[in-house]
Ligand binder design. Structure first.
Ligand code: FCB
Length: 442
């Protein structure tokens, strides 16, 4: 097995604004849905919030120096919309943009490609008050914000990601309520998904033809527990909601008919207007793939999780594999299957793994994370070898951070953070990753 990725393969790490920045009241930043959600009792483990997080807003120079020391070639971060437009529309806060200008310049000076994501879940609270993603206007607001950011830094940014994991924004945010804004309204979640996709398409337009733009989806490999008709149907439904409901509109300009049928009881799809799908299917420069774990599913109920709108009797089954501290099963085979599938369905589409990583508690000697990294990079190498146009890999995450509803209890960093002192310490996985980057492969 060849373990070389070729000289152009891009090696990176990923983070997101609310998870690492802190400084939520600084330089005119407005409130986001995550501030409000985290402030609501019982929503986030231990009552944790992103108020300080990894204090990256003040320590970004130190963090860029860490990245340079590891030999990272690219850094995937997100821009906090409420820093740029504190009210979610209209007035632009230059001090917020200045932070990202400084970050980008510091990265470029260190020889690291800045790769911003426009929206990694921190919606300005005033937009949620006006209806949030279920409201069509929010898509237009995203495009307006995209144009503002693009104007400010397009001379220094080569590639852009519009959205991170719209499935989570829509279905965890508006169907299970496990993420901000914490609403449990399935019909609204389906509308939210549509407006996120529409916002993506409008943002692509707003950034202009020269911008190289893609989107990041949380895709997974879905298998039925057995060959029974119920289990096969469960796998079809979950693959439909999780993968095809996003891939098909983006890449084929249509929602999958079977999923639309599954959702008939939930919504009428009246919110989809003429021309929307054409906007959504704007050509992509790349697809970002976030992969953590495969899904093994069974039908026949009772169902596990209300996130699966349109899948009333589906439950997750146990694949019997080891799990990380967050409870996610480890199986790199799912990543290989997913990459091969994407390549066979969309042969010309360049792919990047924009997130992949593991939660473990160990302070420094994180052997579980080291083998997770090696095994997942191993299948990336196999995919490249089999002709998949996989162009880069971003480990999640550079730093320990605010893991959404889990708060600080789950640690994904290749760099450990002592939150009491904000001291950064390289874990073994960071050293191993640096070594892999230096060799250009495993
Ligand atoms: C993904 C998110 C990212 C992080 C990882 C663990 O779903 O995009 O912010 O929380 O999971």
């Amino acid at each position: 097995m060849s373990k070389s990725f070729g000289p152009d393969f891009l090696w990176g790490a990923a983070t997101s604004s609310y998870q690492i920045e802190g400084a939520i009241h600084e330089d005119g930043r407005g409130p986001s849905i995550w501030d409000a959600f985290a402030a609501t009792r019982g929503k986030v483990a231990n009552g944790d919030t992103g108020a300080v997080a990894a204090d990256h807003y003040h320590r970004y120079r130190e963090d860029v120096a860490l990245m340079a020391g590891l030999g990272l070639q690219a850094y995937r971060f997100s821009i906090a919309w409420p820093r740029v437009q504190p009210c979610g529309s209209g007035r632009i806060e230059q001090r917020g943009l200045d932070f990202y200008r400084r970050l980008i310049d510091t990265l470029l000076e260190a020889g690291i490609q800045p790769w911003p994501t426009l929206y990694h879940w921190d919606l300005p609270e005033p937009l949620e008050d006006a209806g949030g993603w279920p409201a069509r206007d929010t898509a237009q607001r995203l495009a307006e914000y995209a144009a503002v950011v693009h104007d400010a830094v397009s001379d220094r940014v080569e590639r852009w990601t519009t959205l991170n994991e719209p499935w989570c924004s829509a279905f965890l945010g508006y169907a299970t309520g496990r993420h901000a804004p914490g609403r449990a309204e399935p019909a609204q979640a389906v509308r939210a998904a549509h407006h996120l996709l529409l916002g993506h398409g409008l943002a692509v337009q707003a950034m202009g033809e020269d911008a190289r733009v893609g989107i990041t989806l949380n895709l997974t490999d879905v298998s039925p527990l057995t060959g029974s008709p119920d289990d096969l149907d469960a796998a079809r439904r979950i693959d439909g909601m999780q993968n095809r409901f996003f891939l098909d509109p983006l890449l084929h300009g249509a929602y999958p008919e079977d999923v639309v049928d599954d959702l008939r009881e939930v919504t009428t799809f009246e919110h989809v207007r003429e021309g929307d799908l054409k906007t959504i299917a704007a050509p992509l420069d790349f697809l970002g793939v976030n992969y953590y774990s495969p899904m093994l599913v069974a039908g026949g109920g009772p169902h596990t999780e209300t996130a699966y709108v349109g899948s009333p009797s589906v439950r997750y089954a146990d694949g019997g594999r080891p799990r990380t501290s967050i409870g996610w099963e480890v199986d790199e085979g799912g990543l290989l299957a997913l990459l091969l599938r994407l390549h066979s369905e969309y042969p010309a589409l360049p792919l990047y793994v924009t997130e992949n990583g593991a939660a473990f508690d160990d302070e420094v000697h994180d052997s579980g994370r080291v083998s997770y990294l090696e095994n997942h990079l191993g299948v990336c190498a196999r995919a490249v070898e089999q002709g998949v146009p996989l162009k880069g890999y971003f480990v999640w995450s550079l730093l320990d951070n605010f893991e959404w509803a889990y708060g600080y209890a789950q640690r994904f960093g290749i760099v450990h953070i002592d939150y009491a002192t904000q001291r950064r310490t390289l874990r073994d996985s960071a050293r191993r990753y640096a070594d892999i980057i230096a060799r250009g492969g495993l």
